[in-house]
Design a protein around this ligand. Sequence first.
Ligand code: HEM
Length: 335
Amino acid sequence: MSVRSPLTNFHAVAVTNPVVPPKPTLAVSSKAVFVLMSSVDADSFHGSPREPSAESPTQEIIYRHSGTVRWTHWINVLCILFLLGSGLNIFNAHPRLYWGRSGADSDHAIFSIGAVDRPDGVHGLTQVGPWQFDTTGVLGWSKTNGEYQARGWPSWLTIPSFQDLADARHWHILFAWILVFNGLLYVLYGLYARHLQRDIWPTIKDLKAIPSSIVDHIKLKHPVGEEAKRYNVLQRLAYLGVIILITSMVLTGLTMSPWFNAIFPYTLDLFGGRQSARTIHFLSATLIVLFFFVHVAEVFLAGPFNEIRSMLTGYYRVPRDDAARGPDTTEEKNG
Ligand code: HEM
């Protein structure tokens, strides 16, 4: 019997042993790809229910992430990594940020990375608003192939590692368009399957639970039973936030492009000019990096094997809560 949880549309499948039931795999065969990509079920959360193999009093395995969510998630991760690396290389061509319509070396920068020659040697200097930091060795003045060089971001962070604006732009634009089409697929699927409305968008009840969810996170208390089958409010807000950040990154990126300005000149006014758009682009990317570290830390705190497996295969192991492990379960089993 396949069990649909009342709290969520994750499909629960009870098992007796901790072995994951048979499933579609990520093996690269056209059949497998078709199975994963076609698992859109407009009436369910993440794909179609699976037949159970048996029941377990301590845990159950649910089908948590549909093929479309899994594929678009990992393509998105790849795009973001390439976009960040190539973006930093592009940034190095002029490592200063301004606010407004124009910006040049003589204008006041709100953020800059540079190198200064001092009596005791060259130093890397990073300026954020009115503050300045000595960032020698990492930002402004760092080693490339064993030799110190004046460059904004260090070579180990940029794509390509050597300074090349044209190459970096090619990588950036390629992955930007993959990100756009992949993102559109995710959003359209998410709206069609009601995944965004049901599982990402927080309800009023969710929002009221923010304080208790923060306390649970601080105490590293992980949900069990029905509660573990749905995203908690902080997850919902983080995922919604990163979708907004990626949208902002795409819009500000397009706003910096002259062909886009020719078609939609008003986006320059919307963001307050090309230099403001560049600064917002950089800020959005910075917040995405912040999301990345918090997100990966949460994955590791919640149990990396179960979490990452669920994003690879779709299947997720949920510990039952004490009530579900009680005599009722046994009775049901015996019945
Ligand atoms: C910047 C890069 C990343 C972004 C923007 C991102 C974004 C997201 C989003 C939006 C979701 C929710 C998907 C949905 O249900 O619609 C998600 C879930 C998830 N992500 Fe990522 N992710 C990133 C990197 C990673 C990495 C590197 C890992 C692996 C360590 C990872 C592991 C997961 C897992 C396991 C889930 C499912 C969590 C659960 O079921 O509770 N993500 N991610």
